[in-house]
Write a protein that binds this ligand. Structure first.
Ligand SMILES: Nc1ncnc2c1ncn2[C@@H]1O[C@H](COP(=O)(O)OP(=O)(O)O)[C@@H](O)[C@H]1O
Ligand SMILES: Cc1ncsc1CCOP(=O)(O)O
Ligand SMILES: [Mg+2]
Length: 279
């Protein structure tokens, strides 16, 4: 077992790591370029701001040479992919900044799957998807199944563990599968983050927002994308958990989740983040 793995067997270590990364995001306000889908722009930008980062929804190809090199991280999301945006995604992903991919509804079409596969070859630090997206991407398969649900998952995160491992090994990226338990792997280690509430699935683009948050954490910790991704997922889930205590349904949860993300303090993060290295 390496030294990192020894530390990571201690749940309290994760609480301290999550707090130190959130504090660093607040202190350093990393600039995150987001080339993300039209549905998610608002919640992703608000989640980044509430966490202390600076979002910039900049997607013109002509702005990439000037703008992207000045960013601390890049977030690419194919949720409302079009021919026009793919060149910007390629260029931003190739600009030498750490970047993160959200393969929304990867199996929706051959065009989308090919785009995801091409982007994967540009070495994202992290790929975060729901279980159906990670299963499809690992297989490079376009949906034939009758239970295909587009941007929503028709699988549990635990169903995609092997796929996540294979995808991490074939791409070199850290792969995060979200769900009741979020699983994060580099192909060797598996970490589980179990904060969150099921109602988060009833708010559109929560997955996109947490991938944006992963990009902000990767900006702070580019050399350990596994830790960055696990801590971002747990922090976002914790904000959902606490936000749910004051919410009646998806719309109020959206508001309370963002407020909670903004207000999280050291005591709450260190005592309530639930991350564990899996055997
Ligand atoms: N059953 C669940 N219980 C707790 N949290 C969940 C559950 N399902 C999803 N989440 C959380 O909701 C967020 C979005 O995940 P998910 O719904 O899997 O992504 P997507 O929106 O891309 O389909 C993540 O933070 C995840 O941890
Ligand atoms: C509904 C929808 N349609 C295209 S992108 C999108 C949002 C998907 O968000 P998430 O992946 O977080 O569910
Ligand atoms: Mg998604």
């Amino acid at each position: 077992m390496d030294d990192g793995a020894k530390e990571q067997r201690d749940p309290a270590w994760w609480g301290r790591r999550a707090w130190s990364l959130l504090s660093a995001v607040r202190a350093r306000a990393p600039l995150v370029q987001c080339i993300t889908n039209l549905v998610s722009m608002d919640i992703a930008a608000n989640a980044l701001l509430a966490a202390g980062a600076s979002p910039a929804m900049v997607h013109s190809l002509r702005e990439v040479p000037d703008f992207t090199p000045r960013c601390d991280a890049v977030y690419v999301n194919v949720g409302t992919l079009s021919e026009d945006w793919l060149p910007s995604m390629r260029a931003a992903a190739s600009a030498g900044r750490p970047w993160v991919l959200d393969p929304v509804a990867a199996a929706a079409s051959g065009f989308r799957m090919e785009a995801c596969v091409e982007l994967l070859a540009l070495r994202p630090a992290v790929v975060r998807g729901n279980a159906s997206e990670i299963l499809a991407l690992a297989d490079r398969s376009v949906a034939a199944a009758s239970n295909f649900k587009g941007a929503d998952s028709s699988h549990e995160s635990v169903d995609a563990l092997e796929a996540a491992k294979a995808l991490a090994l074939s791409s070199g990226a850290v792969v995060a599968v979200s769900g009741a338990v979020d699983f994060i792997t580099n192909g060797e280690k598996f970490v589980g983050a179990s904060n969150g509430v099921p109602m988060m699935q009833k708010i559109t683009a929560t997955g996109c927002a947490v991938t944006a948050l992963i990009a902000a954490f990767v900006a702070i910790e580019p050399s350990d994308a596994l830790v960055a991704a696990a801590c971002a997922l747990a922090i976002f889930g914790l904000a959902g958990e606490i936000g749910m205590e004051s919410s009646k349904g998806p719309a109020s949860l959206r508001m309370h989740l963002i407020d909670t993300l903004y207000c999280l303090d050291e005591e709450t993060v260190t005592s309530r983040v639930r991350i564990a290295l899996r055997p």
